[in-house]
Design a protein around this ligand. Structure first.
Ligand SMILES: [Zn+2]
Ligand SMILES: [Zn+2]
Length: 325
């Protein structure tokens, strides 16, 4: 099954070919988690996707073919394919340990075909070894929801009181990591989403409410997972002096103008972009220690569009995962 950027299944999968001499592996896809970024691509909010495109960048697969430049994996081994699919290794960002910002980067399920398919091909240098204690379905959401959330959490430094705006796939993972690090978690959902608020409390948040509410006390940092620009001044107003607001999404609606008072006091507003391989390796070591437990809702590959619809409607608590293998 191939999905175009319009989200329509086009044709049965053809066996993806390995480029001669490339460090590529072919994978039998077992599971692929669904991310909000997939929706942004389908909706045309991210420009210039490869077309036609197979979506999906949280791929769990078993190695079924080895290119003649490969050396890392063996046939049958389980690997994860994240969003960062390729970098040039030569630009000033790559040369300074910031491959997440690479000028020439190619992303899985965006500029490279992804994992809403029975088979895919990936550059082995960007694949991750996955912790064995997780099933294919459980581990898939760690590959973006977990990874990008983790990078965002690191950007909050040692903030003790952490606000999470938008309690979806990423937040449900990062709340567990934050609690394990003995931070205090405050969760913000869409107004009226009492089920989402209960879910956040069950994962260790000490307070959960609507994003229109003020938290019971000042926060030291906030991560905005919801793609809603209006939340930026809201989160800035909720943090203490010296605090940081991290925008974790790849796309956000327009940010309304706001008074300088909200930024004053050495508050910091920043985004988080993509991931480095080091983030991936660190997080895959960390997740089983916590241990992070992912709550998943399973869909079949043919139901990929339904999964996207549920995500769009905000009806998922946890992560949607396509079971493929
Ligand atoms: Zn993603
Ligand atoms: Zn580069």
């Amino acid at each position: 099954m191939i999905f175009t950027a319009a989200g329509t299944p086009l044709r049965e999968a053809e066996r993806p070919e390995l480029e001669p001499g490339a460090e590529q592996v072919r994978l039998n896809v077992q599971a692929c988690a669904v991310c909000r970024t997939d929706l942004h691509i389908v909706d045309g909010e991210l420009l210039d996707p490869k077309l036609p495109l197979v979506l999906g960048h949280q791929i769990v697969g078993l190695v079924s073919g080895l290119g003649n430049g490969t050396s890392r994996f063996s046939l049958g081994e389980r690997v994860g394919v994240p969003w960062l699919g390729w970098t040039d290794g030569s630009c000033r960002f790559c040369r300074s340990g910031r491959e997440n910002l690479c000028d020439g980067a190619r992303f899985t399920g965006y500029q490279l075909d992804g994992g809403f398919a029975e088979q895919t091909v990936a550059d082995e240098r960007y694949c991750l070894r996955l912790p064995e204690s997780y099933s294919d379905l459980e581990v898939a959401p760690l590959l973006c929801a977990g990874l990008i959330g983790y990078r965002s959490l690191v950007m909050t430094g040692d903030a003790e009181r952490l606000g999470l705006y938008g309690f979806g796939a990423s937040a449900h993972i990062i709340a567990q990591v934050a609690r394990w690090q003995t931070r205090r978690v405050f969760a913000f959902t869409r107004s009226g989403d009492t089920e989402g608020q209960r879910f956040a409390l069950s994962l260790g948040a000490e307070w959960a409410g609507s994003s229109t509410e003020s938290p019971p006390e000042e926060l030291d940092a906030a991560i905005i997972f919801a793609p809603v620009g209006e939340l930026v001044p809201v989160a800035l107003a909720a943090i203490a002096k010296g605090g940081v607001v991290v925008c974790a999404g790849i796309h956000m609606s327009e940010i309304p103008s706001f008074s300088y008072d909200l930024l004053w006091g050495e508050r910091v507003l920043r985004s988080v972009a993509n991931l480095t391989r080091q983030d991936g390796e660190e997080f895959m070591r960390l997740a089983p220690k916590v241990p992070v437990r992912t709550q998943i809702r399973e869909f079949r590959l043919e139901e990929a569009n339904e999964a996207l619809q549920h995500l769009r409607a905000g009806e998922l608590h946890g992560a949607a995962v396509l079971k493929i293998g």
